[in-house]
Design a protein around this ligand. Structure first.
Ligand SMILES: [Zn+2]
Length: 343
């Protein structure tokens, strides 16, 4: 099995478009890596591309799975279905998409489409559309439009619907790699847990990290969003204090988050947000709670890529024996955070 060297212009176009609904994988002969067409990595030269119907075939042909789009595994097939449903909802914010239409779009029954979507996103497709509109509403209000204009722009038929929206802070549109074309405002403050940095787009917090020094904190934001324009904004200090309050037992934060990730990562991060202050879970227990007990490693990987410390409380994950295990921002800081939470 060598993969198809000859393929349709349509397949190639799907690769160029990073089309998440594409139902195949492609290998790059020069690198020996295979990807999903939706992968954010650089586009290969067409002549080096080989097409595979399944991840297994690509692996049999000697290709390694890409570390970025992780094309192997069963969950990812579901993931591309969910991505494709999300894309449809995102493109049609001005009208309600029926479950029939959604099901047709991905070739599933109404029931399966709804179930898969909800399992991955934690929201029904209808709730998701409401969340999209609520987010758009927030951002156009910030730009100074009147409430009525904003409501219509956001695709609401009646303003009463506005209040059904949720504050889940997902980033629906395919985001530019590394934050290209975006402005991220940021602020750093010294706290007893180390230097805290918050980064925020107009949609919400996209970065919250801990570091040893102020310059290390800013460098972490630059590394994560290399293509974004960074702007210091001291007023975001309120976000830092709100985040600390979630650890120290103040009011639960309802800050808007701009979480960026695959459907699977978003699902894991939302599950982390449901672990209460003072409680801890192991990766295995979290996977079980999410109804995917065999996906402990994938869950662990998603936790490790969390970009919003404290508010997406990955520090509440410990070893099965209660040991601290690792933490993206240092185990000692994790210990301090759990201590503050009385865990
Ligand atoms: Zn890839």
């Amino acid at each position: 099995m060598e993969g198809r060297k000859e393929f349709d212009e349509k397949d190639w176009q799907q690769i160029l478009d990073r089309d998440s609904s594409a139902q195949f994988f492609y290998g790059v002969a020069t690198t020996g890596v295979f990807c999903r067409p939706s992968c954010l990595s650089r586009r290969p030269l067409k002549e080096n591309v080989r097409i595979f119907a399944s991840a297994a075939e690509a692996q049999q042909a000697g290709f390694r799975a890409c570390k970025q789009c992780k094309p192997e595994g069963v969950l990812l097939t579901n993931e591309s279905i969910v991505d494709s449903m999300r894309a449809l909802l995102e493109k049609n914010r001005d009208r309600n998409i029926s479950l029939e239409e959604l099901g047709r779009h991905v070739g599933l029954s109404v029931f399966s489409a709804q179930k898969k979507f909800k399992a991955a996103m934690g929201l029904s497709p209808l709730e998701y559309q409401h969340a999209l509109r609520a987010r758009e509403l927030r951002s156009s209000l910030k730009k100074g439009k009147t409430v009525t204009d904003s409501i219509y722009d956001a695709g609401y038929n009646a303003s009463s619907q506005v209040y059904q929206g949720t504050n889940l802070g997902m980033t629906p549109a395919r985001f530019a790699a590394g934050g290209r074309g975006e402005v991220i405002q940021h602020c750093e403050e010294k706290t007893k847990y180390g230097w805290l940095i918050v980064g925020s787009t107009t949609r919400g917090l996209c970065w919250l990290a801990l570091a040893g020094t102020k310059s290390e904190a800013v460098a972490s934001l630059k590394t994560e969003f290399p293509a974004a324009a960074l702007k210091s904004d001291e007023s975001l200090g309120t976000f830092i204090r709100a985040a600390i309050a979630t650890v120290e037992g103040g009011k639960e934060s309802d800050l808007p988050l701009d979480l960026r990730g695959t459907a699977f990562q978003l699902r894991v991060w939302n599950a982390l947000r449901r672990i209460q202050r003072g409680k801890t879970l192991s990766y295995g227990a979290l996977a079980k709670k999410m109804g995917i007990p065999n996906s402990t490693r994938a869950v662990a990987r998603a936790c490790a890529t969390n970009r919003v410390a404290l508010l997406v409380p990955c520090h509440r994950i410990v070893g099965t024996d209660g040991s601290l295990t690792g933490y993206r921002w240092g185990v000692e800081r994790k210990r301090l955070l759990l201590e503050a939470e009385g865990a």
